[in-house]
Design a protein around this ligand. Structure first.
Ligand SMILES: Nc1ncnc2c1ncn2[C@@H]1O[C@H](COP(=O)(O)OP(=O)(O)OP(=O)(O)O)[C@@H](O)[C@H]1O
Length: 360
């Protein structure tokens, strides 16, 4: 499709094979589905969104109406797909799932919309990646529950209006800023999902542990949660790996010590940095004196593609306050130096914040 960097996700889908990569991994979809909460009451960790959404759904039920269209935005792995399923379940409605990149022609969208049943929830993932003609068709569908089907070509083409059933669109995007204003305005409710705090992740890990039948000590859940980068998808993935370790290398019980040993083995450190994250930070500090160093030089130094460094490792390092992207190149902060157990150079010690806030 020839996406430019600017058009692509800040959290792009690179296949998601990495343990701490927040993107979905197709091989994990069955395991993920088994752990999805199915009611709003079960959806832990986003109290503001749960409260507001609960009100929207309750009001719709009271009015015996289809709920307003809902826009969910935020980084991958925080529960957008899960929430779409919850909205459908809470409304007792079927759920239809598609994604922006899958809808390249307006006709694809017309086919989906005209096949919906009354009240159906239509989840459209990566809505910012839909084609322009499909997007324009969606405006009309969202507002008037109508699509114009164009028949014929050239000057003789005619648009035949077609009524479609009332439905609720749940749009999901990692880039709310990339949505055109007219599309954003057509959503009645707009929810921004945030990274989860440690306590919420602990509860999620404990719940998932019960569901997968793991023998999980609360201290083990704390250890897993603290290395999960504020992201339930990563927490569940680490839990599965730690469960395996506990079965093979210990007596099956996931204690703090077992979780720690397992995650050390998988090279996920106490803040959730993996080998690539640490490699990038280490190269900036040790090979380039803390920077600034250009992205391509840095990528060569760690033996990775520039895209991988820029899109997979850097966002989390920036979020932790360990790395700065400056016009002159990448710079390690004092906190970054300290995380590696190194002493920051003198001019660095005063320039940066102290310990990072992992979950903000
Ligand atoms: N609040 C939550 N409580 C418990 N589990 C959660 C919660 N949010 C997400 N999860 C779990 O995290 C995993 C990923 O969630 P989900 O697929 O909904 O994320 P997403 O935001 O749609 O990600 P993407 O945008 O990459 O598709 C699922 O297994 C789900 O069960």
């Amino acid at each position: 499709m020839g996406d430019t960097m600017a058009e692509r996700d800040e959290w792009p889908d690179d296949g998601g094979t990495d343990l701490v990569d927040p993107h979905p991994d197709p091989d994990e979809s069955a395991a993920e589905s088994a752990l999805r909460p199915t009611t709003l009451a079960e959806f832990d960790g986003q109290p503001r969104v749960s409260d507001q959404l609960g009100l929207v759904l309750e009001a719709a039920r009271a009015r015996n109406a289809v709920p307003d269209h809902v826009l969910l935005s935020g980084p991958p792995g925080l529960g957008k797909t899960t929430l779409a399923g919850i909205i459908a379940a809470e409304m007792g409605a079927p759920l239809r799932i598609s994604s922006g990149p899958a809808i390249q022609h307006a006709g694809d969208l017309a086919a989906i919309l005209s096949g919906l049943t009354e009240g159906e929830v239509f989840f459209l993932d990566e809505i910012h990646r839909m084609s322009r003609p499909a997007e324009e068709m969606l405006y009309l569908a969202m507002e008037d529950f109508r699509v114009d089907v164009v028949v014929g070509k050239g000057p003789g083409a005619t648009a035949i209006p077609l009524d479609i059933p009332q439905f609720t669109l749940v749009g999901a995007t990692t880039r709310a800023g990339m949505l055109p204003g007219p599309l954003r305005d057509r959503f009645g409710f707009n929810a921004q999902l945030d990274f989860y705090d440690a306590e919420a992740l602990e509860r999620i890990v404990a719940r998932s542990g019960t569901l997968i039948g793991a023998d999980l000590d609360p201290s083990g859940a704390v250890e897993i949660a603290s290395r999960s980068r504020g992201t339930p998808r990563i927490a569940n993935r680490l839990l599965r790996r730690v469960r395996d370790y506990a079965l093979v290398r210990a007596d099956g019980r996931i204690t703090e010590a077992v979780a720690r040993a397992a995650l050390d083995l998988y090279e996920v450190d106490t803040l959730g940095l993996d080998r690539l994250d640490r490699g990038v930070l280490d190269a900036i500090c040790r090979k380039f004196g803390g920077g600034p160093v250009g992205l391509s030089t840095l990528a060569i130094a760690v033996g990775e593609e520039t895209e991988t460094v820029e899109e997979v490792a850097e966002p989390f390092l920036v979020r932790l306050g360990f790395l700065m992207r400056t016009p002159r190149g990448r710079v390690a902060t004092a906190a970054g130096w300290r995380h590696l157990g190194l002493t920051p150079p003198r001019q660095q010690t005063t320039t940066t914040a102290e310990e990072p806030d992992l979950f903000s």
